[in-house]
Ligand binder design. Structure first.
Ligand code: SAH
Length: 231
């Protein structure tokens, strides 16, 4: 079973959106588990300090390596097979491919940064894999961890109802998805494209592929280039 552990200064934020809809049902059905642990529980002084000023000066605070290491070691002792992830704008951008890898694994231990970030020595000493959810800076790693888990958990077998609805989704085949339509037949004067109501499944598949290609070319030519480089 996929088991997710979160280390955070805001455990009350979880499960949040991860408890809703299909992901929440998957959790209730025992397809995956989530535990959020308060980093402050591992502080050693009476003020329960978890951060300190940056060495070398500058603004903000940095999460202390000793306290974070203690939390990681308690939650994922040596031999725990789960990858240890640090949400970080400096990390490798999250991809659908990495989400698939994680979904087929035993789970993840996810550290949420706050303030200026985390002392580099604990990143190195505990071999934390830094993952970014995009080229912008959030106030903390909690929402980023939710994004990562939402992308991963919906890929766990049984969590989504219709398994094959996934294969054609954006990024699954290196392309953006084709446009969707549903009833009514006419909306504000515009009909559903005739091909989709033709009943000709080969033609529909071809049309959808062409739409996917055109959309990807227009909006994300970088995806097509990446695909050419792969092949
Ligand atoms: N000073 C850091 C930013 C700290 S933001 C820098 O310039 O790189 C505080 C925390 O928010 C980070 O430690 C990280 O856990 C989280 N965070 C911010 N932006 C993120 C992003 N794009 N992806 C993943 N986590 C992010």
């Amino acid at each position: 079973m996929f088991s997710a552990d979160i280390i955070t200064l805001f455990p009350d934020l979880f499960p949040g959106p991860l408890g809703a809809s299909v992901l929440g049902r998957g959790m209730a059905d025992g397809l995956w588990t989530l535990r959020a642990t308060h980093l402050r529980d591992f502080a050693t002084d009476k003020h329960r300090t978890v951060d300190d000023t940056p060495s070398g000066g500058g603004a903000g605070m940095v999460l202390k390596p000793d306290i974070l290491a203690k939390a990681i070691d308690a939650i994922a002792p040596a031999g725990d097979p789960r990858p240890r992830i640090l949400m970080s704008p400096r990390g490798k951008p999250l991809t659908q491919a990495r989400a698939h890898e994680l979904a087929t694994g035993p789970g993840a231990v996810i550290v949420c940064g706050r303030f200026e970030g985390v002392d580099q020595r604990v990143i190195d000493a505990r071999n934390l894999e830094e993952i970014s959810i995009g080229d912008y800076v959030l106030a903390g790693g909690e929402v980023a961890a939710m994004v990562l888990l939402e992308a991963v958990v919906r890929l766990i077998p049984g969590v989504l109802g219709a398994l094959d609805s996934r294969d054609e989704e954006s990024f699954e085949n290196g392309l953006l998805e084709y446009p969707h339509y549903t009833r009514p037949q006419t909306f504000e004067g515009t009909d559903i494209p005739a091909v989709l109501t033709s009943g000709d499944h080969a033609k529909i598949a071809r049309w959808r592929h062409e739409q996917s290609l055109a959309l990807t070319r227009a909006r994300r030519p970088d995806l097509l280039k990446a695909d050419l480089q792969r092949n």
